[in-house]
Design a protein around this ligand. Sequence first.
Ligand code: ATP
Ligand code: MG
Length: 261
Amino acid sequence: MKKIKVEVKDVSKSFSKVDEGKPLPVIQNVSFNVYDGEFLCIVGSSGCGKTTILRVIAGLQQADSGEVLLDGNKIELTSSKIGMVFQEFALFPWRTVQKNVEFGLEYKHLPPEEREKLAKKFISMVGLSGYENSFPHQLSGGMKQRVAIARALVNDPDVLLMDEPFGALDAQTRNILQDELLRIWAETKKTIIFITHNVDEAVYLGDRVMVLTKRPAKIKKEFKIALSRRRSRTNIEFVMLRKEILDELMKEINIQSLPST
Ligand SMILES: Nc1ncnc2c1ncn2[C@@H]1O[C@H](COP(=O)(O)OP(=O)(O)OP(=O)(O)O)[C@@H](O)[C@H]1O
Ligand SMILES: [Mg+2]
């Protein structure tokens, strides 16, 4: 049995609604484990509470009840054991690629040459050697997300939280970055929790796919993806799993609430 890395225990979270003053329940009694070295994908419809779950795990958002444990201990806000790649391109526009990646190391009291060397190693790992002195506005969307991944990895986190990191990319770039992420995951053996609303992406990447209900998010169903790595999207088992998961997800999207065309 694999070691449990992250334990999400009965977490609930509501936000106070600004207009009506009524609380808006966003996560309801969510419990799950993530195993050491596992690639867990979480899919859910838009606005169901995916980012909120990830922010609670990262310690960026306090749960109303329940708790999250990392290696059996409560997560500290400043823990470098957790790295996060955000939904939008969250780079510092005034910093170069090199300085963006070095950012997390600046609190670690490393000598500057050590910092520089480490940052270069991860810039190379995400395929951006030669762009160290570029600024974010000089990069494509795919390159920006590579920088964000390098910036998260440079701190050597045990767990990498990724919030729809490829959502804003075109289909080809997205596929290339998925393969690169799998390579990096195999190389670094990190535990990854990856949020997406794209079922194809979840089946391609995940050891396991968890489907959430619409808001307030609860766990609806879990799928073990027992396909070998180097997956083929045209493999019949892949196609069937994708359909099964998509069907689950579609049940959570209220078609009647969509505008008619
Ligand atoms: N800080 C906040 N204050 C008030 N309401 C919030 C806050 N953060 C999120 N919400 C609300 O919680 C709900 C879930 O938001 P969340 O960002 O977790 O959804 P999501 O599943 O990540 O959506 P998307 O697919 O669009 O990224 C939304 O209705 C949102 O308006
Ligand atoms: Mg989100």
